[in-house]
Write a protein that binds this ligand. Structure first.
Ligand code: ADP
Length: 542
């Protein structure tokens, strides 16, 4: 016997219509690449998303055709999120931080038909448009007057001129909720990038999961600042979650430096912000010397790479802001776990709470996890045993776009490539990415542990730990450090800083001081590049 409930597909268009109807006056504020601050509302954004849908219907596009964006976080990008997916096309968010050749490769692989871009990327578009034969329509996200007379890109139109003639009324098509909605390629540190193809169903379920109180806890009382780019796994789903809950949205555009982010948080009463650790490093480095304070910010979601405990303490102790340490991946839409305390833990002393809060956290309902040994046997949830982390759930990929890389699943589970422990309360902690683990004489050293300790040293701005060849131990840890401007610290002092914090054999063998650590297209340290750079490094112990 089936239940007698209405069978209504979970479609992305319903999110923006809900926001327009129930939170029509809630604001969407964007720092534009033009430099000014733009203000709109969900009501207006929904009307313009319908114009986008009508404009797309006017082009010769099929259901599921890809419409690409190369854009910062802003209201036009937000309108495309709903206009493109809602009308049955696939929103393909391109990462502008990739090398031009990679962008070309991805556009051709995805067979994008339309490409909408911010004017800051015009030079990039000029360089690549002739190499992208599938793209038939180029749209610059600006007013008609902002478009130079001769852009050199054939048929280029401005977004405003393109949507203006179209009606703000539109009957969103109803279709199978399992239809493709958006596409995001992984940055592809090894091999070619691969596409994660999200569906309407997975996106709406992910938005529900992300909005839960023990996840990101989104509500109509929030003012949300996604610093994480809309081209990086849909800004962790925040545009959808904000529309679902009616939260105010604040978009930073291209200004991601500490000063600009701080000013926006203060000016727009931001209560919740989200981004990778490197962004918050910039923010804290801007605030500390000037003695600045937050007036409204109460929590910040930090993920994408391990958040150093020193950063969690700094936010909490100096600014009264709770860090929600979160873990996920492109292949997981991206939310997997978020770290929030349970009832009994709230009574613990601060140090014991901190020991929990530095972990990557508990699974959001909708994500199943397990850790396994190299033979695939499940390991206990005791907070000690560490193994390969596997996940499954309705917002985790079943395969990559166009079947690239074959079937990624093992008995229905997706291997994350991360190594983790899970404790008896279900708190997961990443010890490493499997390819970053340092294998010293048959024992594993967690590069994240070593980095976290270095990051707590007052003279250290950024630290990466990599394995370097060693004749006796196979690999030994080398600590690569960027010092804070004007700060002094010696190799010996840094190594002595590890005394009593880790076992002696886990202390790095050497320290290399550098001006900068290479960051990838999603703001993560590129340890592959570092390993290449230091492959001939002679350790003093070798
Ligand atoms: P990429 O394209 O670089 O793979 P993703 O955003 O998909 O980009 O990266 C996912 C990976 O990032 C995870 O598998 C994990 O290794 C790392 N990661 C994400 N969040 C965290 C976190 N909170 N702590 C440690 N590692 C993290």
């Amino acid at each position: 016997m089936l239940g007698l409930m209405q069978d209504q597909p979970l479609l992305i268009s319903s999110l923006i219509e809900f926001a327009a109807q129930h939170h029509g006056n809630a604001e969407i504020v964007s720092r534009r690449v033009e430099g000014d601050l733009h203000r709109t509302t969900y009501r207006e954004a929904a009307a313009r998303a319908r114009q986008v849908a009508n404009a797309l219907d006017g082009l010769d596009l099929a259901f599921s055709d890809r419409v690409a964006t190369l854009a910062w976080n802003g209201y036009r990008h937000f309108e495309l999120y709903f206009g493109v997916s809602g009308s049955g096309r696939v929103l393909h968010t391109l990462n502008p931080r990739l090398a031009p050749d990679q962008v070309v490769w991805i556009v051709n692989h995805a067979e994008d038909r339309v490409l909408c871009f911010d004017m800051t990327f015009l030079p990039l578009i000029k360089a690549i448009w002739q190499k992208c034969p599938t793209v038939k329509h180029w749209v610059a996200l600006c007013d008609a007057t902002a478009l130079p007379a001769d852009t050199g890109v054939e048929g280029l139109v401005s977004y405003e001129a393109w949507i203006a003639p179209h009606s703000t009324a539109y009957a969103w098509p109803q279709f199978d909720e399992k239809s493709a909605a958006s596409l995001c390629y992984t940055s592809g540190t090894t091999g070619n990038p691969k596409g994660a193809l999200y569906s309407h169903r997975s996106t709406v379920l992910h938005a529900y999961g992300g909005a839960l109180p023990d996840s990101l806890g989104l509500s109509a009382r929030d003012s949300i600042l996604p610093v994480v780019p809309m081209f990086h796994v849909n800004a962790w789903g925040l545009p959808y979650g904000a529309a679902m809950t009616g939260a105010k949205l604040v978009f930073p555009g291209a200004a991601l430096d500490g000063k600009s982010v701080y000013e926006l948080i203060e000016a727009e009463g931001v209560t919740m912000a989200a981004g990778v650790p490197t962004v918050w490093l910039g923010l804290l480095n801007h605030m500390a010397p000037a003695g600045l304070r937050f007036s409204t910010l109460n929590r910040t979601v930090i993920g994408g790479s391990a958040c150093p405990p020193a950063m969690i303490s700094a936010f909490k102790d100096q600014y009264g802001v709770t860090v929600l340490h979160a873990w996920g991946m492109t292949e997981m839409s991206p939310l997997g776990t978020v770290c929030t305390l349970k009832l009994p833990q709230q009574a613990l002393p601060p140090e014991q709470q901190m020991a929990v809060l530095v972990k990557q956290g508990r699974a959001v309902y909708g994500v199943e996890m397990k850790i396994v040994d190299p033979d695939g046997h499940e390991l206990p949830w005791d907070g000690q045993a560490s193994g390969d982390l596997y996940v499954k759930g309705p917002w985790i990929i079943s395969g990559y776009f166009k079947g690239e890389g074959g079937n990624p699943l093992v008995d229905g589970w997706f291997p994350t490539g991360d190594v983790a422990t899970i404790d008896a309360d279900g708190f997961m902690q990443i010890t490493d990415r499997s390819k970053d683990v340092i294998k010293s004489g048959g024992e594993w050293i967690s590069s994240i542990d070593i980095e976290n300790i270095a990051m707590a040293h007052p003279a250290v701005a950024m630290a990466a730990c990599i394995g370097v060849r060693h004749p006796k131990w196979d690999e030994r840890p080398l600590l690569v450090v960027v010092r804070k401007p004007g700060a002094e610290v010696t190799r010996e002092a840094l190594l002595a800083f590890y005394d009593g914090k880790v076992a002696k054999w886990q202390v790095p063998d050497d320290v290399a001081f550098v001006d900068a650590i290479p960051l990838g297209a999603t703001g993560k340290m590129q340890k592959m590049k570092l390993r290449e750079q230091f492959k001939d490094h002679r350790l003093p112990t070798a």
